[in-house]
Design a binder for this molecule. Sequence first.
Ligand code: CA
Length: 259
Amino acid sequence: MMTIKAAGMTDVGCVRKHNEDNLLVDPSLGLFVVADGLGGHAAGEVASQIVVERVGEFVAQTKEKDRTWPLEYDTTLSFDGNRLKVALLLSDQAIAEDIRKNPERETMGSTVVASLLNHRRVTLAHVGDSRAYLVSKEGIRQVTRDHSWVAEQVAHGILTPSEARVHPFRNVITQALGNGGDLEIEVQELELADSDRLLLCSDGLSGMVGDQQIWDIIQNANDLDHAVESLVTAARENGGEDNITAVLIGLANDNTASK
Ligand code: CA
C-alpha cells in the first residue's frame, strides 16, 4: 500500500521584509500548492493566501464526483485535471473579487503551481513561474514551462537558458492569477516511481539554486524534511534575494515502514 509523504517550508529570504509566498501541504487530500504573491506588502501575501485557501476548499469539496460542477467541464482533461483547473479559475475570480472590495490592492496577483496525487498519478496545474520538478535517481527535470518573458525568449532561441537565469527581466511573468487577463492554465499528468520526488517551488528557490544543486541536495538528504530545509538554506546561502518556498513529495511503502 502506497502512501504519500511530504514536507514543505517557506522562508522570507535574506533581502525582503515580508514573505508573500504561501503553501499548502495536505497529504490526506493528496494536494500540494505553492503560490507566490505579487503586488507588494499587504497585497501579494493576501493574493497567495486566497489561492491556497480557495484551491484547498474546492479540492476538498470535489472529493466525491457527484458535486454540481461550477464552471465548464473540460472533456480533454481528467477529473483531477478539471478539479485543479477550476480551483485555479475560482482563485483567479476570488482575487478579482477581493480587489473590487479593496481597490488599494489593485496590483495584486499570484502565481501558482498545484499538484494532486492519486496513487502514482500526479496531476499538475500552474500559472506563472512557480515550478514543478521531477527528481529521480537519474536526474532532475523541470516539468512546468514558466509563463515568463525570458522563457518565451528561450523558446524562440533568442536567449540561452543560462542568459535567461541572469537577465534583468527574469522576474517578468506573462500571466498570473487575479490580473484580469485571459488565463491559459496548463494541466499535465505524470507517474511517480517509488524513488521519485516531486518538487514544487517558488522562483525564490529556482532563481537561487541551480538544477544540479537541487538534485544533489535531494539525493543526499536523509528524509524529505531535511531536504526542504537544506534547499531553503542553499537558497539563502546563494543570496536569498526573494521569498523561498519548497514542497517535496514522495511515495512511502507502508509495508516496509511497519517492519
Ligand atoms: Ca517570488
